[in-house]
Design a protein around this ligand. Structure first.
Ligand SMILES: [Ca+2]
Ligand SMILES: [Ca+2]
Length: 350
């Protein structure tokens, strides 16, 4: 029995040694963690010999309209497990296909380099880059799908590896080259730099939220209709209800006409320009409410009368509220009389 046990033990030892040597021979897997400059991570496991691609994006849409004038950074990788699959000059470190690796900044302005052993991080290889545009136009990083670095690696040994991004400098393309990242410290918290280990299937149509408060009067059970229509695109949507707020989501950048309507109120139009999440508070008033305070009384009569007498000139929405009768774009004594009749309850406007 004892002999049998020792034989079994010997078999087990041989088996485990076999497994270890099998792994050390160059098969097995590597667990790779890709890390953004803000510390977000994505992790995937690859077979030894497999090649994979890292995607590092720069989303600066909330900062200087996404225009970057200067950047200086590195991507570090665990060099005992990974090697750079990009073609590069082994002596000078220059990466040959800079346009593919840095799709936005491209070859003309990027100084890049690659070292299998970085000076500042022992055990890490590094891809270095820096780019500056001497103009206000800048590199345009205005959406999540604008990639800064698309880098390929090959897994050369089993183990655990990290690929991490670092910026020394990131600056707006303004006169002062205002820093977003200064000496490795992120100053502007609106800045994000997402990372991915696979390319997004289809770029999502990015849009913005247009929202605001609605002020109207008279009945609070009558619907208010808010309609948003593109004047330079074919977007159109409506919000109908009794809520005192409205919201449109996924609205593309562009110029819009917003129309606000409610029973017994004067329809109002707003011009809305969308290039980010936008707040547009709206207010509509009852017919005859020239002063725009929600009530029709002697003040409104006086204002309309003063307009007819040319003592004041009512314009825009106040004009529209005072022009209660007649199809002509004119406030005259007919309108003034009609407002007066409403106040005296002789003939109501609504
Ligand atoms: Ca009024
Ligand atoms: Ca009129």
């Amino acid at each position: 029995m004892r002999k049998l046990l020792s034989v079994l033990l010997a078999v087990l030892i041989v088996a485990s040694v076999t497994v270890v040597s099998f792994s050390a021979a160059g098969t097995g897997t590597a667990t790779v963690t890709l890390k953004s400059v803000k510390g977000d991570t994505v992790t995937k496991t690859y077979a030894v010999g497999e090649t994979f691609t890292t995607y590092t994006y720069l989303n600066a849409s909330q900062i200087n309209s996404g225009k970057i004038g200067s950047l200086d950074g590195s991507q570090y990788y665990t060099n005992s497990v990974l090697e750079l699959a990009e073609e590069y000059d082994p002596i000078e470190g220059d990466i040959f296909d800079v346009e593919t690796v840095f799709p936005v900044t491209k070859a003309a302005t990027v100084a890049s380099g690659h070292w299998t052993e970085s000076e500042e991080k022992p055990g890490m290889g590094a891809v270095y880059f820096n780019a500056t545009v001497a103009s206000y136009s800048g590199f345009k990083f205005d959406a999540d799908n604008k990639a800064l670095i698309i880098c390929r690696y090959k897994v050369k040994a089993a183990g655990t590896a990290t690929v991490e991004n670092a910026f020394t400098t990131l600056a707006c393309s303004d006169y002062d080259l205002t820093r977003i990242v200064n000496r490795g410290v992120i100053i502007n918290s609106n800045f994000t730099s997402p990372v991915a280990l696979s390319e997004p299937a289809t770029p999502v149509v990015t849009g913005y939220t247009v929202s605001g408060t609605i002020t109207s009067y008279l009945s609070n059970t009558e619907n208010v209709t808010v309609t948003l229509t593109g004047t330079d695109n074919n977007y159109t949507d409506s919000s109908v209800g009794t809520d005192t707020t409205y919201s449109f989501s996924n609205v593309p950048s562009g110029e819009y006409k917003m129309t606000v309507a409610k029973k017994d109120h004067v329809t109002r139009e707003y011009a809305v320009s969308v290039s980010a999440d936008t707040t547009q508070n709206v207010k509509i008033c009852p017919k005859g409410d020239v002063s725009n305070d929600g009530k029709v009384n002697i003040t409104d009569y006086s204002m309309a009368y003063a307009h007819v007498q040319k003592q004041v000139t009512l314009t825009d929405y106040r004009f529209a509220c005072g022009n209660v009768v007649g199809s002509a774009q004119k406030i005259d004594m007919n309108d003034v009389s009609r407002i007066y009749a409403h106040i005296n309850k002789a003939s109501l406007l609504f």
